[in-house]
Design a binder for this molecule. Structure first.
Ligand code: ATP
Ligand code: MG
Length: 226
């Protein structure tokens, strides 16, 4: 579905991604594991079109995304929860969840249906809906950002270090929601970055390891990190 072909990028003259190639398939849960500074956030931002100026190609069903600006990628069915979550503080949590779907032009009925499905998957969001986006703890904000990515990500959801800083109870709830998401939408591709592979348990069906900007395959490479 989404493939990267020999993608490289530099930041301030330093190579951050080097010849990254991979295939992200429907129905897979892919862990992208790497130490701090390995390039995980850069990789997700590049897929979202938020990191212009790279070599190589990013293709969705064979379509080169170079021509698709960041604001239109949500329309392709790619949801993204950045590591710093970015809720609009003047919106309620419910408005934050609805907003990207409204921007891509979904009908009110369609947005209602997606919200209902998202709340079935992440029930912890229900009591937060009326609260201000500014009034969430770090962990609650991560849950809300997850929900927002699920709302808009019809085909693919990219989650940047979702478990970082989550209290154990919230981390368990987050994992349970990820399992429900996979069960209820088996065709969805879920990509999760993490610096510590063990936090992900048996969630991923595939592990990719980013090391100094190069991508390697497999759990053995992930184990060698620790
Ligand atoms: N705006 C920037 N200016 C300069 N260097 C940057 C910038 N953003 C990222 N980098 C560098 O690019 C490299 C990759 O950063 P990136 O944020 O993608 O790593 P990461 O794997 O997400 O790290 P972390 O686990 O800390 O979130 C790092 O060496 C970082 O210092
Ligand atoms: Mg990062």
């Amino acid at each position: 579905m989404l493939s990267l072909e020999q993608v490289s990028t530099q930041i301030a003259g330093v190579a951050v991604l080097r010849g990254v190639s991979c295939q992200l398939e429907p129905g897979s849960t892919v862990a992208v594991v790497g130490r701090n500074g390995a390039g995980k956030t850069t990789l997700l931002r590049l897929i979202m079109g938020l990191r212009p100026g790279h070599q190589g190609r990013v293709l969705l069903d064979g379509q080169d995304l170079a021509a698709v600006p960041a604001r239109l990628r949500a329309r392709l069915g790619i949801g993204y929860a950045p590591e710093d979550r970015v809720m609009f503080p003047s919106f309620s949590v419910e408005e934050n969840l609805r907003f990207p779907c409204e921007v891509i032009g979904l009908s009110r009925q369609a947005v209602n249906a997606r919200l209902e499905q998202t709340l079935d998957i992440i029930a912890e969001l229900k009591p937060m809906l009326a609260r201000s986006g500014a009034a969430l703890s770090g962990g609650q904000g991560k849950m809300a950002a997850f929900g927002r990515a699920v709302m808009v990500g019809a085909r693919m959801v990219l989650l940047d270090e979702p478990f970082q800083g989550l209290a154990p109870v919230l981390a368990q709830q987050y994992s349970a929601s990820l399992r429900r998401l996979h069960q209820s939408r088996p065709e969805l591709c879920i990509v999760i970055t993490e610096s510590n592979r063990s936090l992900l348990g048996d969630l991923p069906s595939q592990t990719l390891v980013l090391e100094r900007g190069e991508l390697h395959r497999g759990d053995a490479a992930a184990a060698a990190l620790h």
